[in-house]
Design a protein around this ligand. Structure first.
Ligand code: NDP
Length: 505
């Protein structure tokens, strides 16, 4: 694999060309400033608002998007990916001329076919692996940052050289640019967001929940696991030295413990789930789901965000941050050219009328108001579910919900090795024990206890999913859509539950 550096790129290819930066947000501002400081002629295209005011204050000539695209020969498209296709069709495409170069900072819209550039332009990718603030800071520090470059369309015969020259202009080839296809960039980016990041988040959640359940003080748990900044410091060292080499920075006890115990966490299932997520991305299933969500005004996203903010962890974090004051400033360490260790800021004392006390009160209150249901055994669970599915099949409300719908949900209760499905297919509701006869759009894996709590109303399904008690797979929009009939499902489940348990007592 080739890593392109400054000596592989020729800035003079862009000399005398007008570079139009469309959008003056995170990437737009940083890249426009860097390109200008690299000696290139840059103008900005933005709607008339605070962003364009900022661009003017930074000394750029600012035009409407269409006018900037008309004047530019190299056009950097630096507005949010979800907005770009419509803006491109209406305001950019009409202003393009043969021989122009269109530059994307993300492969998404080209990879998934949401944007079709004309044939007589170059289409290149220059995608920093760095947030906008870092693009500017690291350029100014003379350090650079990595980037992906790529070519989707080479009209001029010089597309790759132009992409490299731009990568040099923004400061990326100082550290190194790697060539990928638009699809690879988009898939890797989405994989990190949808598989690696969330898996990592769930590891953190599991650790927080376990330690809190075991009675460790919440402030100590959060500080130990991540809020001290020690963990992000270690991540910075992993980036700098490598996973194995950085272990030298830890004690021998830590080295022995983490390597020997690390073997326990090699879970084949984790890889399977990641493979499933990657397949959803590659097949375009995620892109289609996200487009539908945006067309509907993002109700699912809002509901997920709201639920995440209601999680106790969110409250803990806010209160601990307020109690500690500023957390260690790792940003300055990451931007420093020496990579020297940051000065450790000692956490301030936790205030007297402690938030911990209030927190414990809240937790005790919750425990009192939401008594856990006695656990069901496998026979009880399967009898209740069979009866519930039968009721569901004949329920008029559910049949109405099933009109014009084709959703099958597959439930897996691993602890009691029971699976069942519920389908809403063109007005008909069917269900049964075992795997569904057709492909399920929604998969839900949990324990008998959580399912029982969810259908009995003592557990909120979205919250349980966000705290790792339920694992959702498939289309999240459809899964949350089913929440609309949660009341009906609960009613039928409770009826079945009472009948089965009542008849046993
Ligand atoms: P921002 O969210 O910071 O973009 C804001 C800019 O987009 C502003 O100039 C805003 O101007 C403009 N904009 C927003 N809505 C519209 C609209 N409807 N019509 C016209 N202009 C609009 O984007 P980023 O910089 O984060 O992302 C830009 C590109 O860079 C994307 O392709 C992204 O994937 C990629 N990227 C981003 C990274 C990051 O760290 N953020 C990292 C690497 C790549 P106004 O509202 O005034 O119109």
């Amino acid at each position: 694999m080739k890593i392109y550096r400054d000596q592989d790129a020729d800035l003079s290819l862009l000399a005398g060309k007008t570079i139009a930066v469309i959008g003056y947000g995170n990437q737009g501002r940083a890249q426009a400033l860097n390109l200008r400081d690299s000696g290139l002629a840059v103008l900005v295209g933005n709607r008339a608002d605070s962003y364009s005011e900022q661009a003017r204050q930074d000394g750029f000539a600012v035009f409407s998007l269409t006018e900037a695209a008309r004047q530019g020969e190299v056009i950097l498209l630096l507005i949010p990916d979800e907005i770009l296709p419509a803006v491109f069709a209406q305001e950019i495409a009409p202003a393009l001329e043969a021989g122009d170069t269109l530059v994307f900072a993300s492969g998404y819209n080209i990879a998934f076919g949401y944007l079709q550039p004309p044939e007589d332009v170059d289409v290149v990718l220059v995608a920093p692996r760095m947030i906008g603030a870092g693009v500017r800071d690291l350029y100014q520090a003379g350090r650079g940052f990595p980037a992906f470059i790529g070519v989707a369309q080479d009209h001029s015969g010089q597309a790759q050289e132009r992409a490299l020259a731009l990568a040099k202009g923004i400061g990326a080839t100082k550290m190194g640019a790697v060539e990928v296809s638009f699809a690879q960039e988009a898939e890797l980016d989405l994989f990190t967001e949808q598989c690696f990041g969330p898996a990592f988040g769930q590891v953190l959640m599991s650790a927080v929940n376990l330690l809190l359940d075991e009675g460790y003080p919440p402030e100590a748990v959060l500080l130990e696991l991540y809020m001290s900044g020690e963990f992000s410091y270690t991540l910075a060292k992993i980036a700098e030295l490598g996973m194995i080499e950085q272990t030298r920075l830890h004690s021998r006890t830590s080295q022995y413990g983490s390597i020997s115990r690390g073997l326990r966490f090699m879970l084949p299932e984790l890889r399977q789930r990641m493979a499933q997520g990657l397949e959803e991305i590659r097949s375009g299933e995620f892109a289609r789901e996200w487009s539908a969500e945006q067309a509907a005004g993002c109700p699912t996203l809002e509901s997920l965000q709201e639920t995440a903010r209601a999680l106790p962890l969110y409250q803990f974090e806010n209160e601990l941050r307020a109690a500690l004051g500023d957390t260690p400033d790792l940003g300055s360490f990451l931007a420093s050219s020496t990579g020297a260790a940051p000065q450790h800021t000692k956490p301030g004392p936790i205030p007297k009328e402690s938030w911990l006390e209030r927190l414990l009160q809240r937790l005790t209150h919750r425990a009192r108001t939401q008594p856990a249901l006695p656990p069901l055994d496998a026979t009880q669970a399967s009898e209740i579910i069979s009866r519930f599915l039968e009721y569901a099949a004949h329920d008029a409300n559910l049949q109405e919900f099933a009109q014009d719908r084709q959703i099958t949900s597959h439930y897996l209760l691993k602890d009691i090795e029971l699976e069942f499905y519920l389908s809403f297919l063109d007005g008909e509701v069917t269900g049964g024990l075992g795997a569904p006869p057709e492909t399920a759009q929604v998969r839900l894996e949990t324990s008998a206890e959580v399912l029982d709590g969810m259908f009995s109303g003592s557990i909120d399904a979205t919250r349980a999913a966000l705290s790792g008690k339920i694992v959702f797979g498939g289309d999240t929009r459809l899964a949350l859509g089913i929440q609309r009939i949660q009341g009906d499902l609960r009613h039928l489940y409770q009826k079945a539950r009472e009948e089965v348990l009542g008849s046993k007592s």
